[in-house]
Design a protein around this ligand. Structure first.
Ligand code: HEC
Length: 247
């Protein structure tokens, strides 16, 4: 073995273990996922048009990894990349999602500034086979117009139509919901699938919890608590202009 061969021998396995480049991750997500998760179609309440693995939102990365384990790759109907590529993508997204359990706050500036604060919680349910279900809560607020939205998304489980769930605010006020509506897949097909997200303040106001928002019932035995007490002050203060405080 000469020196060059030795180098190859040492470096090729090391490279194979290295994280998949962000550009390759973006390319794979665009090919296999964005077809349905566009700004316009937003299947599951999720758009991946702006997903960038070089600057990932940890909550989105964690949800993508969860859905990949749930075999989302095949959803586009395109021939799949090889196993090693699938595994490398999953590994990269899992690493990017490592801090999804902490509040992730972004402020998009421009003519209509948008503040977003999101966090992911995991819970096993009776139905989940080893893989916990992830629940992602996203609060968005246009401070100018006081327009706010609270979205709950989940992965990889899909609850049946009409599934009741409840949200309890600070251990007190309880709001009941039902999972409703089918989604038309955005890839031009006619397949309908259950929803992957719910807007919690769509038809009634949801006050901004001071300490906790507890969600249960979506999957049998699954319950998660979102820690509002931990939300950083710089996010909480402007958010309160879009949501009423708990009385
Ligand atoms: C054929 C259309 C289609 C394709 C392709 C597709 N999805 Fe989805 N996705 C859906 C639908 C419909 C839902 C909502 C129902 C559900 O959860 O299955 C969803 C839900 C989700 C959710 C949970 C909802 C949320 O807001 O977080 C995640 C995460 C997700 N998809 C990730 C992916 C990833 C990753 C890929 C690519 C590997 C992908 N999807 C490809 C249609 C698609």
């Amino acid at each position: 073995m000469n020196a060059q061969q030795l180098l190859l021998f040492v470096f090729v396995p090391a490279l194979a273990c290295a994280t998949m480049p962000a550009s390759r991750q973006n390319e794979l997500v665009r090919t296999y996922c964005t077809v349905c998760h566009t700004d316009a179609a937003r299947n599951g309440g999720l758009s991946l048009e702006h997903f960038d693995a070089a600057n990932p939102d940890p909550g989105v990365a964690a949800m993508l990894a969860s859905k990949l384990k749930g075999k989302a790759m095949g959803a586009s109907g395109k021939p799949l990349p090889d196993r090693a590529t699938q595994d490398a993508l999953l590994e990269a997204l899992t690493a990017e999602g490592a801090r999804a359990g902490e509040w992730y706050v972004t402020l998009t500036t421009g003519p209509r500034p948008l503040l977003s604060s999101s966090i992911v919680r995991a819970a096993a349910s009776v139905a989940s086979e080893g893989e916990p279900d992830l629940y992602r809560l996203t609060l968005t607020c246009h401070p100018g117009s006081h327009d706010g939205e609270i979205q709950l998304a989940w992965s990889p489980g899909v609850p049946p139509q009409g599934q009741p769930l409840s949200a309890v605010i600070d251990g007190g006020q309880r709001l009941e919901y039902r999972v409703e509506g089918m989604e038309k897949m955005g890839n031009g097909g006619t397949v309908m699938s259950g929803p992957g997200a719910l807007i919690l303040n769509a038809d009634r106001p949801l006050p901004l919890p001071a300490r906790t928002l507890t969600v249960s019932g979506l999957f049998p035995g699954g319950k998660v608590e979102f820690p509002f007490g931990d939300m950083p002050g710089p996010a909480r203060q402007p958010l309160s202009s879009c949501f009423a405080a708990v009385k």
